[in-house]
Design a protein around this ligand. Sequence first.
Ligand code: PEP
Ligand code: MN
Length: 263
Amino acid sequence: LVNKKFHPEDSVITIGNAKIGPGHLTMMAGPCAIENHHMVLETAFAVKKAGAQFLRGGAYKPRTSPYAFQGLEEEGLKYMKEAREATGLNIVCEVTSLRALETSIKYVDMIQIGARNMQNFELLKEAGKAGIPVLLKRGLSATIDEWLNAAEYIASEGNPNIVLCERGIRTYETATRNTLDISAVPVIRSKSHLPIIIDPSHATGVRAYIEPISKAAIAVGADGLIVEVHPCPSCALSDGPQSLTFEQYQKLAEELQPYARLA
Ligand code: PEP
Ligand code: MN
């Protein structure tokens, strides 16, 4: 179902007032984690002003250490819904379990299945049954075929609203948090009709590399970007070093304007 051979025309996914796919450059932005009510609303207004169509933010955080901040769960989702009502932004939040999925669909416009759950087949099947648009991130060490098979799990349950997200893969290189597989964009384009966006934040782990990587992503044909933005990156409970300030995100959005017509 996700194979281009049987569906040669590229898909454009409609979510609320936004479209994701060729001809559109979709901007998703927001904090790594939803930390409190104020920061969600503040960030929503800032990214909206910069031109984003989606607010991201994790309510269920898949942290490497069990002692690290795990997320506000349903309380955080309520803040995101409030941010949608205040700004008109679409909301995308990660789900890490079947229980999180069940709760999240009451609040969000799109669910994210993160790198660590790309092959959580029960979660993929339930996300397929739920019918809600899914942002499917590439697994830390997944091949493109494994990733497309994960998308197939969702599609085979009757849900065609899938957007792929390349967020870097695990290699021997340590200068960046992950290694962005920029070729994934044209490779996916040749194998599948699904839209693909890039996450320069998790790909690099370094704020200073977000801008050049974002430009490269658009130049290579990505359909959008998901970027971490925080009111105070140095105070962030997660992923501060890769998060942009509001001013930096505004500047990024402006600098990407001339590239947007490549989308
Ligand atoms: C995130 O988007 O905050 C996240 C945890 O991403 P990934 O699954 O790509 O690591
Ligand atoms: Mn993060």
